[in-house]
Design a protein around this ligand. Structure first.
Ligand code: NAP
Length: 259
């Protein structure tokens, strides 16, 4: 049976993508750490949409997790034809004030995990007549962000990696896309320590359901960079258009800690 594997599927954008995929009758493999949430979601999606939903509980900061997930899929004959590398966390603060360990863990989760999962699953994806990789980055991909320096760098990495891989696989039947959401109403902001910033305004946030629909339809349409929402698309465009120095100063103003 074919499966769509989604990392970071227990809540937020990952959960919304799981729901949207289930409604499209895709069988699912849900990966995250929260066992109860994952099994509850799997039960609901199975009941509501009559799709097969499997759960793999893992801490994806552990380097060997992708190999273990892959082996489990092979043992159980779960043929993954859509890989959605959604897992990711943010971290707000001055580079020198955040611990090195926390920042290296963030690189491991956001960046190394995406590369490892993709490398691990690519041979399986290539076995299908048509298959998909959706890597989740952010509008943070389009410019450096002072006070979120490592997070924004990981997002630029994901976008660059994804677009290069897409080109390498252009003549194969694996379609590769990058999702670059802007502010979205999930737990991400609170967990990243961004509660008190203007970017945390509920007025500018999209819902995770809106983002999920644009993401999955964009992936199926083989769109290279999927940016949900007009204002996010315009923002990304301006970041490319204006000089780096000007963009950086503007962004620094938005993200600077209150003194
Ligand atoms: N929300 C936004 O404004 C926004 C904007 C741009 C880009 N994004 C990107 O969108 C993606 C999803 O973010 P979100 O907003 O949905 O965040 P979220 O609501 O905080 O969800 C994060 C998901 O990742 C899982 N996760 C976190 N650490 C993990 C770990 N060590 N091992 C395994 N799973 C882990 C969480 O589940 P457990 O805690 O159960 O493990 C959860 O399912 C991220 O890549 C983020 O960078 C978000």
């Amino acid at each position: 049976m074919k499966y769509t594997l989604i990392t970071g599927a227990s809540r937020g954008i990952g959960e919304a993508m799981a729901r949207y995929c289930a409604a499209k009758k895709f069988n699912l493999i849900l990966v995250a750490r929260s066992r109860e949430k994952l099994f509850e979601l799997a039960y609901k999606l199975n009941e509501e949409y009559d799709v097969d939903v499997q759960v793999y509980v893992a801490d994806l900061t552990e380097a060997e997790a992708p190999q273990k997930i892959y082996n489990w899929c092979v043992e159980n004959k779960f043929h993954v034809n859509m890989l959605i590398n959604n897992v990711g966390i943010g971290q707000y603060g001055r580079f020198e004030d955040l611990t090195l360990k926390a920042q290296l863990d963030l690189i491991q989760l956001n960046q190394i995990q995406t590369v490892t999962m993709t490398h691990q699953f690519l041979p399986m994806l290539k076995e299908h007549y048509e298959s998909y990789i959706l890597n989740v980055a952010s509008t943070a991909s389009y410019q450096p962000i002072p006070y979120m320096s490592v997070y924004a760098a990981t997002q630029s990495f994901i976008l660059s990696f994804t677009l290069a891989l897409r080109e390498e696989l252009r003549h194969k039947h694996v379609k590769v896309s990058c999702l670059c959401p802007g502010p979205t109403a999930t737990d991400f902001f609170d967990r990243a320590g961004l509660e008190s910033l203007p970017v945390n305004s509920s007025e500018i946030k999209m819902s995770s359901e809106e983002v999920a629909e644009v993401a999955i339809e964009g992936m199926l349409d083989n769109v290279s960079e999927i940016i949900p929402g007009t204002s996010n698309t315009i923002g990304a465009y301006f970041s490319k258009l204006f000089p780096n120095k000007w963009v950086l100063r503007t962004v620094a103003g938005l993200f600077a800690p209150k003194v």
